[in-house]
Structures are given as C-alpha cells and as structure tokens.
Design a protein around this ligand. Structure first.
Ligand code: FES
Length: 200
C-alpha cells in the first residue's frame, strides 16, 4: 500500500495565511507611523515655546531675571550725565513669543568712582515718569513736582521715598564679569505712594 503524497494545492491556504499575517504586520507598522510621527511633531511644535523660554531665561543661572540692555557700559557718559534707556524683553505666553517688547524705562548714570547706578524712571509718588531737569541738574517729576538728586535721593517732601534703584551687572557674552561691557539689569516695578520699596 503506497502512502499518498499531498496534492500541491494543499499548500495554498498556508502560504495565503503567511501572506495575510505579513500584510497585517506591515499595515500595523504603517498605521503606527502615520499616528506617531504627526503626534511627535505636534508635541515638539507645541512644546517649543516652553523649551525656548527655558533656553533664553538669561545668561546662565547667575543672570536669571536680568535683562540685557541695548547700550554698553562705555556708552554711559563719564561726566555723570544721566542717560535714559528703554528696557525691552521677550514676552512669552503658553504658545507665543513676542520679541523686544518695551517693559519699562530706566535712568543710568556713572558715579564719580565709575560705578553705574540704575533707577526705574517711574516716580515713586504716583507713577508718572521722572525726567532729567537740565537747569537744576537733577531728576524731576512734573506731575506733582517730586525732585531727586542724581543719586536718586529725594530732595523735597512730595515723594514718599527715593527713586527706585535697580540691580545692574556687567557681563561678557552673558557671563558676569567686572570689566564686561554688556549691561544687564534686574528690572522691577514697585508700588507707588509708600515709603517702602515693594516690588509689584
Ligand atoms: S507722580 Fe511724580 S510727583 Fe506725583
């Protein structure tokens, strides 16, 4: 009695099954890529402002909160004349970055010993702008006649306190250094009409 050999057509269902498994595998991989790649790109897109905000928070931890000014130390007059500067910063909300937005203005002045002093130009009385008064060589607020010396000390009884001084650092390429020409200021606004200097 001879053993029957399977007919060749009996292999067809097995190879078809293998082909189906292979096709299903390819379909699954392609489907995964179609979903995963756009999702990853969308994630990077939406996270980007947050990541950039962290990268541009300042010139390293030492300069966190400091804003680089548009002028350099050698541009501040040696004769003690004050110079007004607009402070600009990048404002970032959840998904947008607005570059170089004016956030305030300051007065800078070189003292006799060469150090640079910085004052917020907002009057500590009720918030008008303090100007340089050339005729008296002092700072003066025209709203209610507050006056201050060039060192920021009040010289009449109108303002409740001296002008608000701000912290300044010199740096080179964003790294703090005593002889650096870059000027970085920790810009803050303060509450008006109080004797205390209270950041707002
Ligand atoms: S706001 Fe400056 S004097 Fe009143």
């Amino acid at each position: 009695m001879t053993e029957e050999t399977p007919a060749p057509e009996d292999d067809a269902p097995a190879s078809e099954t293998r082909r189906n498994v292979l096709l299903e595998g390819i379909t699954a991989v392609v489907s995964f890529l179609l979903i995963a790649v756009p999702s990853t790109l969308a994630g990077v897109f939406f996270m980007d402002p947050i990541l950039r905000k962290r990268k541009t928070a300042g010139g390293g931890d030492d300069m966190a909160g400091f804003i680089k000014l548009d002028l350099t130390a050698d541009a501040v007059p040696d004769d003690g004349a004050p110079v007004a500067v607009t402070v600009k910063s990048d404002l970032v909300d959840a998904w947008n970055r607005f570059r170089d937005v004016p956030v305030g203005s300051i007065w800078l002045r070189k003292s006799e010993d060469g150090t640079i002093k910085v004052f917020n130009s907002i009057c500590p009385h009720l918030g008008c702008s303090v100007n340089y008064r050339r005729s008296e060589n002092d700072f003066y607020c025209p709203c209610h006649t507050s006056s201050f010396s060039l060192d920021g000390e009040k010289t009449n009884e109108v303002p409740p306190r001296d002008m608000d001084s701000l912290e300044l650092r010199t740096a080179t390429d964003g790294i703090p250094s005593e002889d650096g020409l870059e000027l970085w200021v920790k810009f803050l606004n303060f509450k008006g009409a109080t004797t205390e200097k209270i950041p707002v």
